[in-house]
Design a protein around this ligand. Structure first.
Ligand code: AMP
Ligand code: MG
Length: 487
C-alpha cells in the first residue's frame, strides 16, 4: 500500500512533445472536498483507501497541488462529430497529469477532467459540473463491475466554484484512469493536418505501449488496426447485450484500446427499446441504441482512412470486414449466456430476436427480465414472466421454443442454472433515475447516496441485503428523464 506521495510517474505521452500536447496547469476549485472515491480504482495505483479521506487527496484531485513528477498536458486531437469532421478538438477541460505505474508494472494515465481552460477550450469554460462528474464516475465503475471494458474513475471532487450551465451549478473534477487516453481522433488530427512524421510517431507510440505483440507480425500497423477492430466489435457486443447506450459515439470519444470512453448523456435501458436515443440533441437518432452497431463500423472506417499512409486500402477494407461477423458472434454468445444456454444452435439468433421484439412491444424491463428468468426453472420462470407481456400468444409461442431449447441444452439442476445465469445477469444497473436521486442529494451536500449507489453497483450480480430498492423498475417520474447534454 502506498501513500499519495509515493506514486511513481513516467510520462511517455508528454515526452512526445509539443506537437502532441500542451503543458497546462490545473486551475484549482474553491473549497475542494471528496464526494466519492473508488477503492477498486485506488487499488490499481496501490493506494491505501484511507488516503481518500485526507485533505491532501481533495487538494491533489481538486487542482490545488501536483506531484513534482507530474507533467500536466492537454492533448491535441480532432474527430468526426455527428458525421462531420471537426478539424481541431483536444482536451478543452481535462489534463493528462501523467502516467503512473503500479507494483504489478501496469501503467495508468491519470486524467483530471474539469481542470480549467486549455488552448483547446474553444467556447467552453474548462469546467465540469458536479452532476456530470458523478455520472461519469458511477458509469465507469459500474461498467467495469459488469465486465464491460471502460475507463475507470478514481474519485469525484466537489467544490464551491460556480459554473454556469442552463442554471448556476457547482464545478467538480473527476479523476479518470485508463491505460491510454489516445482516441481515434488523435490519428485523424495528424492525417488531416498532413503531418506524416508525427502520425508515424503516434503510431509507433501506440504500437510500443499498447500493442507490442503486433510487432511480431509481418505488418505491425495492420495487425494493430485489426486488433482495434476486434476490440471494438467485442466492446459494442457487450454494450448491446447489456443495454448500454453511449450517446455520443463521435470519433474523438472512441478509444484506441476499445474501452468505453467519454461519458455524456449515456443511459442503460430500462424498458427494452432498440430505437432508444439517450442524447436529446441527437435529433436524427444517429447514436440510437441499435445504431451503435453500424456506427462502430463507421468510426472504424474513419480511423482506417487516417491510417491509409501506413496500410494499403485493400488490407484496411479486409480488416474492417472482420467487424460485423465478430460483433455478431460475440453478441450471440453473450445473449445465449444471458438466456442460460451453454451450447450453440443455428436458431439462436432468431430466438433472441423474437424475444427482443416481444420485449420491445410490451416495454419489458431489460435487466430484470433476464435476472428473473434465472430465478427458477425455465418452465416456472416463463410462466411468471408472462404477465409482463401484452402479446400473450406471441410470448407463449416464444416460451415453448425457449423451454424446448433449454431441454436440448443439457441436464442441469436448478441451482446450477441459477448460479450460471445470475453470474451474467445483473440485478443492479445504473438506471438514470438512481443516478438522478444521488445527484440531487449530492447537490445539496449529502454524498451518502452517491457512495451507497457506487457500492451497490460494484457488485451488480450479487444480491445485497437491504438494497432491494436499487433493483426496481423506475417510478413514473424516472422513466423518461431528460438528461441535460451540457456537462
Ligand atoms: P465532449 O462532448 O465532452 O466529448 O467534448 C467535446 C469537445 O469539447 C472536447 O474537445 C472537450 O474537451 C470540449 N469541451 C466540452 N466541454 C467543455 C468545456 N466546458 N470547456 C471546454 N471544453 C469543453
Ligand atoms: Mg469527448
Amino acid at each position: 500500500m502506498k501513500a499519495l506521495d509515493e506514486l511513481t510517474f513516467d510520462n511517455r505521452f508528454a515526452r512526445l512533445g509539443d506537437a502532441f500536447s500542451t503543458h497546462v496547469l490545473p486551475e484549482p476549485l474553491d473549497a475542494p472536498r471528496l464526494v466519492v472515491a473508488s477503492e477498486a480504482a485506488m487499488a490499481l495505483l496501490d493506494l491505501d483507501p484511507a488516503v481518500a479521506e485526507t485533505p491532501v487527496f481533495a487538494e491533489l484531485f481538486g487542482g490545488h497541488k501536483l506531484w513534482a513528477e507530474a507533467e500536466p498536458r492537454a492533448m491535441i486531437y480532432s474527430g468526426h462529430q455527428f458525421g462531420g469532421y471537426t478539424p481541431q478538438l483536444g482536451d478543452g477541460r481535462g489534463l493528462l497529469l501523467g502516467e503512473v505505474y503500479n507494483q504489478a508494472g501496469e501503467h495508468w494515465d491519470l486524467h483530471l477532467k474539469g481542470a480549467g481552460m486549455t488552448p483547446y477550450s474553444r467556447m467552453g469554460d474548462g469546467r465540469a459540473v458536479l452532476r456530470s462528474s458523478i455520472r461519469e464516475f458511477l458509469a465507469s465503475e459500474a461498467l467495469h463491475a459488469l465486465g464491460i471494458p471502460s475507463s475507470r474513475a478514481l474519485c469525484v471532487i466537489g467544490s464551491d466554484t460556480p459554473v454556469w450551465r442552463e442554471k448556476q451549478e457547482r464545478g467538480a473534477m473527476v479523476l479518470r484512469m485508463a491505460h491510454s487516453h489516445i482516441r481515434f481522433g488523435h490519428f485523424e488530427y495528424f492525417y488531416y493536418t498532413k503531418k506524416p512524421e508525427q502520425q508515424a510517431q503516434l503510431a509507433e507510440h501506440v504500437l510500443n505501449l499498447h500493442y507490442p505483440e503486433c510487432r511480431e507480425q509481418p505488418e505491425p500497423y495492420l495487425a494493430m488496426f485489426r486488433e482495434i477492430v476486434e476490440r471494438n466489435a467485442e466492446l459494442i457486443a457487450k454494450w448491446q447485450a447489456y443495454g448500454f447506450c453511449h450517446g455520443v459515439m463521435n470519433t474523438d470519444n472512441m478509444s484506441i484500446l476499445g474501452i468505453t470512453f467519454d461519458f455524456g448523456p449515456f443511459a442503460f435501458l430500462d424498458d427494452f427499446d432498440a430505437h432508444f436515443i439517450c442524447n436529446h440533441s441527437d435529433h436524427e437518432g444517429r447514436y440510437s441504441f441499435s445504431n451503435q452497431v453500424p456506427i462502430g463500423q463507421w468510426n472504424l472506417s474513419a480511423l482506417a482512412q487516417a491510417l491509409t499512409p501506413f496500410i494499403s486500402v485493400d488490407a484496411l477494407k479486409e480488416a474492417l470486414g472482420l467487424y460485423l461477423p465478430l460483433y455478431q458472434a460475440n453478441y450471440l454468445d453473450l445473449m445465449r449466456r444471458r438466456l442460460g444456454l451453454t451450447i450453440a444452435e443455428d436458431d439462436d439468433q432468431q430466438l433472441v430476436e423474437r424475444l427482443l421484439k416481444l420485449m420491445q412491444n410490451s416495454g419489458v424491463d431489460y435487466t430484470l427480465f433476464f435476472r428473473r428468468l434465472g430465478d427458477e426453472s425455465a418452465a416456472l420462470a416463463v410462466a411468471r414472466l408472462r404477465d409482463d407481456f401484452v402479446d400473450l400468444a406471441g410470448f407463449d409461442a416464444w416460451a415453448e421454443q425457449y423451454k424446448a431449447r433449454v431441454e436440448r441444452d443439457g441436464e442441469f439442476s436448478q441451482e446450477q442454472r441459477r448460479a450460471r445465469m445470475h453470474a451474467v445477469n445483473p440485478l443492479y444497473i445504473l438506471r438514470n433515475y438512481l443516478a438522478q436521486n444521488a445527484i440531487v442529494a449530492a447537490e445539496s451536500g449529502d454524498y451518502s447516496e452517491v457512495r451507497r449507489l457506487h457500492a451497490v453497483l460494484s457488485k451488480p450480480f450479487e444480491e445485497q441485503a437491504g438494497m432491494g430498492q436499487y433493483a426496481q423498475r423506475p417510478p413514473d417520474w424516472g422513466k423518461h428523464l431528460e438528461i441535460s447534454c451540457s456537462s
